[in-house]
Ligand binder design. Structure first.
Ligand SMILES: *Cc1c(COP(=O)(O)O)cnc(C)c1O
Length: 425
């Protein structure tokens, strides 16, 4: 493998051409394991960024890809339809909150978010109201394209770099009350104050339900989400839930909004939707939103990507839904949560640990010092695991098929890293 070429010419996510960090060469992946070029097997703690929930090289998913590729890999979706898209959307609507009736298939999570924002804007345009703003939370993450970035935490996504171009939206403080903590009515005060002040210009509230992912791995109380839904109803503001990270069982419920028993007007899904194979996302809308959008001046929803509804991606996603339909994910995520609950609290004793938190198949160790990426990555590989922290966050979101030993080994590797001062800067 030409790693010199890679280092000299290929950009990886958030990397520098001036000071490229080590990239580890992976040659295959199977079950919970990534295999490096030298034969080293690493237990994957990341599910390739929340996606590979059933593990790698899964026979049922492989089968779906093989049988679809021999029929057709892709056809345009304008004026044409096919079983892979129909089958997937049927299953999606079965799983999703039951007020949602219309599915827009898109290319990636960021695009699903763009689509949701465009839907909300077209909705208010059709109703003859000017509502150019979105209300969201600090510490959120919604993607790397411009509109998605504009509702992502201003500091984390460095809004200052794009000032003058990036639209400015409204940010409420992120919930300061953990999932397992005791709820007080006052925990909603900051959000209430913000929506009270701005609701006339707000098209929609957009947020990640229960777990704020890449913006800070914060896991918050369901009553906060309940309160947001009530306030949106009270003011007639739409609610967009971004379940791109949390959807399809990751938090121990099929969708994280089920923890609070709320339904969004618009729902974004991606990542685990795909079973971890090919990029695909979807934006779901209620009948009221869809019909209002399409009753407006444009007479349609104004979006249509070239690779919309890609049959290959849809077939694998359908197969992934079939695996979820067996219900095994419930037991699996419950078991993973129990191991986190049993082993993570002990790490709090360590002076480098600021906090530990978990929910479903998500485990987080927040440190007091930022990690030294190069050193800690090498440490984890040496320990036989693949965990990729950022800043002060070392987190695990393993494939649901991980067994007890796998999870224990991930936690042990973190524990070891905490003993090694060169892993932190
Ligand atoms: C990853 C993520 C996105 C962006 O998805 P991409 O496929 O990377 O564009 C948006 N929202 C949330 C909550 C995510 O976790």
């Amino acid at each position: 493998m030409d790693l010199t070429f890679d280092r000299d010419h290929i950009w990886h996510p958030y990397t520098s051409t001036l000071a490229p960090l080590t990239c580890y060469p992976v040659t295959s992946a199977n079950g919970v394991y990534l295999e490096l070029k030298d034969g080293t097997q690493l237990i994957d703690g990341m599910s390739s960024w929340w996606s590979a929930i059933h593990g790698y090289n899964h026979p049922h998913l492989n089968n779906a890809a093989h049988s679809q590729i021999d029929k057709m890999s892709h056809v345009m979706f304008g004026g044409i339809t096919h079983d892979p898209a129909i089958n997937l959307c049927k299953k999606l609507l079965n799983f999703a909150p039951d007020n949602l009736e219309h599915v827009f298939l898109a290319d990636s999570g960021s695009v699903a978010v763009e689509v949701s924002l465009k839907m909300a804007l077209q909705y208010w345009h059709a109703r003859g109201e000017t509502r150019p703003k979105f209300l969201t939370l600090r510490d959120g993450y919604h993607g790397d394209t411009f509109a998605a970035m504009s509702v992502t935490d201003p500091n984390n996504s460095m809004h200052s770099l794009y000032k003058g171009f990036l639209p400015e939206h409204i940010f409420a403080p992120s919930p300061n009350i953990g999932f397992w903590q005791e709820w007080h009515e006052s925990d909603l005060d900051d959000f209430k104050r913000t929506i009270d002040a701005h609701h006339h210009e707000v098209a929609a509230v957009i947020l990640e339900p229960i777990v704020q992912g890449a913006g800070g791995m914060r896991i918050y109380h369901p009553n906060f989400l309940k309160g947001v839904r009530e306030l949106c109803d009270q003011y007639g503001v739409l609610l967009i839930l971004d379940e791109i990270a949390t959807g399809f069982g990751r938090t121990g419920k099929m969708f994280a909004c089920e923890h609070a028993d709320v339904q969004p007007d618009i729902l974004c899904v991606g990542k685990a939707l795909t079973g971890g194979y090919m990029t695909l996302s979807a934006t779901l809308a209620s009948k009221h939103v869809a019909d209002t959008v399409c009753g407006g001046e444009a007479g349609c929803f104004m979006h249509g990507p070239t690779f919309m509804g890609n049959p290959l991606a849809c077939s694998v996603a359908t197969a992934s839904m079939e695996l979820l339909e067996t219900g095994d994910w419930k037991h699996q995520t419950e078991q993973i949560e129990q191991i986190f609950a049993k082993l993570l609290p002990a790490l709090k004793q360590h002076e480098l640990v600021a906090d530990v938190r978990w929910l479903g198949a998500i485990g987080v160790v927040e440190t007091t010092k930022p990690v030294n990426m190069e050193a800690i990555q090498a440490h984890f590989v040496e320990q036989g695991v693949w965990i990729r922290p950022f800043g002060k966050l070392i987190y695990m979101m393993p494939p649901f098929i991980s067994n007890q030993e796998n999870i224990e080994q991930l936690i042990a590797a973190i524990q070891n890293a905490l003993q090694s001062s060169d892993c932190f800067s």
